[in-house]
Design a protein around this ligand. Structure first.
Ligand code: IPD
Length: 297
């Protein structure tokens, strides 16, 4: 296409830094924090202020493109094939209000429903993750001078001789509890986490461990970097995953559906299994699906 992705990337990086300043300057308190649907689905003044700044700057520079943002989304809004900016002003709002330093601004751009630019900035750790389709993804931070992702070799998932260990059981898995703590999906999550962690003699996968860090976008980046191997989620939205999707794919990773047997995932599909690249990844996906107890809706 004739759209200059590098220019969009550079523009989004500058917006991310401006947003970062607003986010670190804010002093949220848990008592002044509002809730969208329940006490765990939090939204702050800062989420709204950052989205306003970002959407104004995007509309001024790219008036012809679509915009979708977490705080201005209305039920029924759908992602179209048009070029679209997809923005989460603060991903990890719960962390943000508790001052747990794992939150970010997540800026994505899609063409034909495919994420093609992703910029994610955690202003508390000064980690900037960026990716452009077919051009790789990178981490810039106090410790990393624009290093290409993943930060280590994509090791095969299984040992040479296939005996003992290996596969899913040698993975760090990220799984979030989400903000909806009732119903089918919550039940599926809890049972699946139990099975993933359980000892093999009890029919479990005995993964190395499960992490719940509280930001979908940064979770995708963690898998892209190679810090974690798998991230499994049901319930989050296109703005939580769009930017991270590019960062992960460009790092050699893959995204499939969280539910068993579905190899195709959609950016607005609300169910994701993200996995780092490496020989045998398909078999690990199948192993993981074997641990999914039920179906996420
Ligand atoms: C949330 C975080 C969380 C995920 C939720 C998201 P928010 O985003 O990404 O990790 O489990 O599904 O809604 O609300 O902090 O932008």
């Amino acid at each position: 296409s004739s759209i200059n992705l590098q220019e969009i990337h550079d523009f989004l990086v500058s917006i991310a830094h401006a947003a970062g300043q607003m986010i670190t300057a804010a002093r949220p308190t848990t008592s002044r924090t509002g809730s969208k649907t329940n006490t765990a689905d939090l939204v702050t003044e800062t989420d709204r202020a950052v989205e306003k700044m970002v959407s104004e700057r995007i509309r001024e520079r790219y008036p012809d493109y679509e915009f979708m943002g977490e705080e201005t989304y209305k039920p029924g809004d759908t992602l179209t094939t048009s070029p679209t900016f997809i923005v989460d002003p603060i991903d990890g709002t719960t962390n943000f209000v508790h001052t747990f330093p794992y939150a970010c601004i997540s800026l994505g751009f899609t063409i034909n429903l495919v994420p093609v630019v992703g910029v994610i900035f955690n202003p508390f750790t000064n980690q900037l993750f960026t990716g452009i389709k077919d051009q790789g993804s990178y981490l810039t931070s106090p410790l990393h001078n624009r290093e290409k992702l993943p930060l280590k070799n994509l090791e095969p998932f299984y040992d040479e001789n296939g005996s003992g260990g290996g596969g899913l059981s040698s993975c760090i898995v990220i799984g979030e509890w989400g903000s909806d703590r009732s119903g089918n999906d919550y039940d599926v999550k809890v049972k699946t986490f139990k099975k993933l962690c359980a000892d093999k003699k009890d029919g479990g996968a005995m993964v190395h461990s499960i992490r719940s860090l509280g930001s979908a976008a940064l979770n995708f980046c963690a898998v892209a970097a190679g810090w974690a191997d798998v991230y499994w989620e049901g319930g989050c939205w296109a703005w939580d995953v769009c930017a991270g999707w590019v960062v992960l794919k460009e790092a050699g990773g893959e995204v499939v559906d969280a539910n068993p047997g579905r190899w195709k995932a959609k950016v607005d599909g609300r169910r994701y299994l993200a996995i780092r690249g490496g020989e045998g990844w398909e078999a690990v996906v199948k192993e993981f699906w074997g641990c999914v107890e039920g179906e996420l809706e």
